[in-house]
Unconditional design. Structure first.
Length: 224
């Protein structure tokens, strides 16, 4: 009989030691054993990254080891993503998504992209370390419904406020909803900078985006 706990614990260990091959193999075993793909990434992958974070803070490991762990988790995400279950949206909408300038932490943003795309939203992924002006340019060009920004560092979070201010200056703040997220981004801070919401994780981003788009359609209609 397959031992699910054993798969989970080996999966976490593979990420912690940065063994990409093992992480991929265990991700496949997890699917075959009926484990939940989203939980494998966010819960168990997240727990593994917290161990890495602690080791990094205690100076037991350094950036290269953190990178290996991140790469192992990203490789597992590639295997697990087609198996993530998401309820489809009935309202089509365009989301411009990216990690703000100066920040290259993109695992969380990639998860948000996977979940939003699987739900049926069109996601325009600007990638990571995105120049702030780019969010405005693409939102205009694509007539976006939602602008989504991710940041993992206290030093890059202020970029989110700048983008919101730039949307106002460009006269298009009322045309789009803005969601922000990432480990250091709190709901209180998000609202204080004028964002519409701060989904706590990629799964929450789906429900919140649906609600915001419904609201936007009532406020703005289909006009841009
Ligand atoms: Co770095 N890093 N890192 N790092 N890293 C952190 C963020 C840090 C907290 C570690 C620490 O010191 N304790 C710290 C930031 C401190 C601060 O805020 N001031 C830090 C640092 C300092 C750095 C460097 C400066 C290190 C150096 O070079 N000396 C450097 C900076 C590079 C840069 O960005 N310019 C750096 C580099 C790296 C790596 C490249 C090695 C690697 C990233 C690889 C990659 O992403 N491709 C890395 C990693 C892996 C981490 C930690 C350990 C883990 C991040 C992660 O992937 N978590 C991180 C510690 C931590 O966060 N606790 C740390 C897993 C991921 C699934 O979670 O991204 O939070 P997360 O996403 C979640 C939610 O937050 C949410 O959904 C996801 C779950 O479903 N979410 C959203 C995220 N975005 C969202 C957007 C939304 C909605 C929800 O809507 C739009």
């Amino acid at each position: 009989m397959v031992n699910k706990d054993e798969i989970i614990s080996k999966f976490k260990e593979a990420i912690i030691i940065g063994d990409e091959e093992a992480a991929v193999r265990l991700a496949k075993e997890a699917i075959a054993a009926g484990l939940d793909a989203y939980e494998m990434v966010t819960k168990y992958g997240g727990e593994a990254m917290e161990v890495i974070n602690k080791q990094y803070e205690e100076k037991k490991i350094f950036v290269p080891e953190v990178l290996l762990a991140a790469n192992a988790l990203s490789a597992a995400v590639e295997i697990l993503k087609p198996h993530m279950k998401v309820e489809k949206t009935s309202i089509p909408a365009k989301v411009v998504l990216g990690v703000v300038e100066g920040d290259i932490h993109d695992i969380g943003k990639n998860l948000v992209k996977i979940m939003l795309s699987s739900a049926g939203f069109e996601v325009i992924d600007l990638g990571r370390d995105v120049p702030l002006q780019k969010f405005i340019e693409v939102a205009k060009q694509e007539k976006a419904d939602v602008v989504g920004m991710s940041a993992l560092m206290s030093t890059t979070m202020p970029g989110m406020k700048k983008v919101i201010d730039m949307l106002k200056d460009a006269g298009i703040r009322n045309k789009v909803k803005v969601i922000v997220g990432g480990a250091p981004v709190t709901e209180e801070w998000a609202l204080s900078i004028g964002a519409d919401a701060r989904p706590k994780d990629a799964s929450a981003a789906v429900g919140i985006t649906k609600q915001l788009v419904e609201k936007l359609r009532k406020e703005r209609g289909d006009s841009w």
